[in-house]
Design a binder for this molecule. Structure first.
Ligand code: C2E
Ligand code: CA
Ligand code: CA
Length: 745
């Protein structure tokens, strides 16, 4: 009698439907050993790793709320065992430090040695054979034997593959990565059937409205789903085991909630019900009401799930999945009517600023209102969808001419540039719109959307608050971009990047005492490519950090050579993109390296742009100060093109400011740019910041800047960016005065 009787049913009122739509009416008793009870008592928190895309087992449509069969099991276990689960996101290589339980693993995947304690499986489903309602109907499929010599789709890495190979070797299996692919193949007639797990496939058929798919037969194979518990928590495993046995496999209440298909009631239940009707009509009445309630809630849940899968919860517009669907339908319709479709890719300008400055709640309200304004500019036959963030897509059906597309775009632009009144304040945004048309620009939905996206990008580049049609030249730029992106990986492997150096001259005492490292790409086919062509792509793809790390180490190697062969005080500057600060760990490692190698103070300058310092994160501030501590200096590049707040820069202990070459270009005695340059130089000096003038091309420019007491100069007048060997030649003392423009005139 060591076992204590543990009854959690008291907490569960009879015939009580909880908010999750599950009937807790049965009394459930489980027995826990004192050991298990003690464990439960001392354990404050149990963490559970759950997956987010395994419908309907467990999934997360909104990014903050897991739901599904396993989640309902967890909820019921919490009540039953009086335990508290904390959900965390499951990852492929989850560590025991991150979660105590993995909520759902299939019997064919029970391989994680860290989580090898497996309680009683809570779900078990048969594998079924799904076919196309129309195609291949000449032969009825009633069992796996009927699939001999036919192409049949099956999930790659799927559990039953081995079994089918062994027992039905004549079936020609076609492996698919995701269920969608199987449905596509089924639709196209490339396979006659798809073998999949009943619960999951049935669910997908309804949610994705795959009306053409039908379930023809069952296979003898089943798959089970279990929880998996950390190997060092045997008490937890046995507690769950008891709880899950008590709840039962495929618990009817839970399964019913997630089963979308409406099956006819079991005849036995019906018979039972009718006898009950005669004997206990009042009981039946209560039962009936209960059933109605459950049925209603079930229908509600199903509707909700479908809605969540297809609509954006914020703006209530179709989401990108439904959009794809609608676009495909529009294309089919246009093929019949021979009319055009216009696809507008709308991106709000300035939205990020509003969102960051005024908070997400204002941002959300602005998006809702923007969605409404866009919707008011189009007809009911058109589709307005939210593509993500501040991006919207409009599909304009049955267009006769391009000019009406233009007028719709113009009215959307006009509506969006009106002020948005939110919580007693006014906010302003505009929009950039990219346009593609079907069938002119392309035939595939995916491609049309991506072209519209490119055109939108072009509209942004051309100054925003405008629309732009997709053109051949945009296409060419896109292809170029794709080609370059593809080559970048290879470039690292083949060591195709090189550093060029452009000398920086001390204007007071004409000598070369610094140089800026400027990267070049020696492309095997295209020749030398300048950084403006590939740096933005690398910033987009995140490869910039890799390039930056290479630039850093190459510059250190070159610096050692320069110091050895000429001036030990020589300084190199390297450009660091703001995107590199997204990976502060890399930059902090630079500081370590500098310390380890004993690089003298002031040997290295890092050029950054003002934008980085405008609203800097702690990570940015910390990274800069760590690098400053090991003697790295900082320089503001392209000064004058951004916010140009000198005093603000002082806060960050900036050493140099580089006046952008656009100001130097127009320098003439007493003109506006001259006055501006002189003022910047004077003010910077007062703040203890030194000035480098970029892009000096003429002697006049050099002389004016010298007169303004500018500290350093850089530009084609002195030298263009050149390989290290050229720079080394220049640094030979006997040659130094021969550098162009440096001897006094
Ligand atoms: P930047 O930092 O403003 O570099 C100066 C650019 O001006 C260089 O272009 C240089 O060749 C050019 N230039 C120098 N003197 C003159 C002149 O007298 N007249 C004119 N018209 N131009 C002059 P480049 O080498 O094509 O580099 C372009 C930009 O690419 C750089 O602008 C910099 O922002 C970026 N970049 C270059 N190397 C790197 C790198 O290693 N990392 C990162 N993140 N960016 C880099
Ligand atoms: Ca620079
Ligand atoms: Ca610059």
């Amino acid at each position: 009698m060591l076992c204590l009787f543990f009854c959690a049913a008291n907490a569960l009122a009879e015939e009580n439907i909880q908010s999750d739509g599950i009937n807790y009416s049965q009394k459930i008793n489980i027995r826990l050993t004192p050991n298990e009870q003690a464990w439960l008592k001392k354990t404050k928190k149990v963490t559970v790793a759950v997956k987010d895309g395994w419908m309907p087992i467990e999934f997360d449509l909104e990014g903050n709320h897991h739901q599904g069969l396993s989640i309902d099991y967890l909820n019921r276990l919490e009540k039953l065992l009086n335990i508290n689960f904390t959900l965390v996101n499951y990852t492929e290589n989850i560590q025991p430090g991150q979660a105590d339980i993995i909520s759902a693993v299939s019997n064919y995947n029970l391989k994680n040695p860290d989580y090898h304690l497996i309680p009683q499986p809570f779900l078990t489903f048969p594998y079924a054979i799904y076919t196309h309602k129309n195609i291949g109907s000449n032969k009825k499929i009633t069992s796996l034997e009927d699939l001999n010599n036919l192409n049949v789709a099956i999930f790659k890495n799927g559990p039953v593959i081995q079994e089918i190979h062994k027992n039905y070797p004549k079936i020609k299996l076609v492996y698919v990565d995701i269920a969608d692919e199987a449905f596509e193949k089924l639709k196209a007639g490339a396979v006659v059937a798809y073998i999949g797990n009943e619960m999951i496939v049935d669910y997908n058929i309804i949610v994705n409205r795959l009306d053409f798919v039908e379930k023809s037969a069952f296979t003898p194979f089943t798959s089970t789903v279990s929880m998996a518990v950390r190997k060092d928590l045997p008490e937890l495993a046995s507690i769950l085991d008891k709880g899950l046995i008590a709840l039962g496999q495929n618990n009817k209440d839970i399964i019913d909630k997630w089963k979308i298909t409406d099956r006819a009631d079991n005849p036995i239940t019906t018979l039972l019900l009718s006898s009950l009707l005669i004997i206990f009509s009042f009981v039946l009445f209560r039962f009936y009401r209960l059933k109605q309630k459950i049925k209603k809630q079930k229908a509600e849940t199903q509707k909700q799930i479908w809605y969540q899968a297809n609509y954006d919860h914020l703006t209530k517009l179709p989401n990108r999945y439904l959009l794809q669907n609608r676009l495909q339908q529009s294309i089919k319709k246009a093929d019949r009517s021979k009319l055009l479709i216009g696809i507008l890719f709308i991106d709000l300008d300035n939205f990020k600023k509003v969102n960051d400055k005024s908070g997400h709640s204002i941002g959300d309200k602005l998006l809702i209102e923007a969605a409404e304004r866009i919707g008011n500019c189009v007809r009911t036959v058109d589709t307005t969808a939210r593509f993500g963030g501040d991006e919207f897509i409009v599909i304009l059906n049955d267009m006769k001419e391009l000019s009406s597309l233009e007028s719709t775009c113009q009215s959307i632009l006009n509506k969006l540039e009106q002020p948005f009144s939110i919580d007693n304040d006014e906010y302003y945004v505009t929009a950039s719109i990219g346009i593609t048309t079907y069938p002119n620009d392309g035939h595939q939905a995916e491609a049309l959307l991506s072209y519209a996206d490119q055109a939108m990008f072009e509209a942004k580049k051309l100054g925003r608050n405008r629309f732009q049609f997709f053109t051949q030249s945009i296409q060419a730029a896109l292809l170029n971009k794709l080609a370059i992106t593809g080559d970048i990986r290879e470039a690292f492997l083949q060591k195709q990047f090189v550093l060029y150096y452009q000398p920086i001259v001390d204007l007071k005492n004409p000598t070369i005492i610094k140089a800026e490292a400027l990267v070049r790409w020696n492309h095997p086919v295209r020749g030398v490519i300048n950084p403006v062509e590939f740096i933005p792509l690398m910033e987009e793809t995140g490869l910039i950090s890799e390039l930056g790390n290479w630039v850093f180490s190459q510059a250190l190697r070159d610096l050692a050579l320069i110091k050895e062969n000429s001036n030990a005080e020589f300084q190199l500057s390297i450009n660091v993109s703001p995107y590199q600060f997204n990976k502060p760990a890399d930059l902090l490692k630079w500081a370590e390296t500098i310390k380890e190698l004993g690089i003298p103070q002031h040997s290295l300058t890092i050029e950054i742009t003002e934008g980085l310092l405008l609203e800097p994160s702690n990570a940015v501030i910390n990274t800069i100060s760590t690098l400053k501590k090991v003697g790295v200096e900082f320089s503001i590049d392209d000064f004058g093109t951004g916010y140009s707040a000198l005093a603000y820069l002082k806060k960050f202990d900036i050493d140099y400011v580089k006046i952008d070459r656009s100001f130097i270009h127009n320098l003439e005695p007493l003109n506006y740019d001259a006055v501006l340059c002189e003022a910047i130089i004077e003010m910077a000096h007062k703040l203890g910041i030194k000035i480098i003038a970029e892009g000096i091309e003429t002697v006049l420019q050099k002389e004016l800047l010298t007169q303004f007491e500018c500290d350093y100069g850089q530009g084609f007048l002195f030298a263009e960016p050149e390989p290290l060997s050229e720079l080394l030649k220049r640094l030979k003392p006997e040659l130094i005065l021969l550098v162009r423009g440096m001897a006094s005139h």
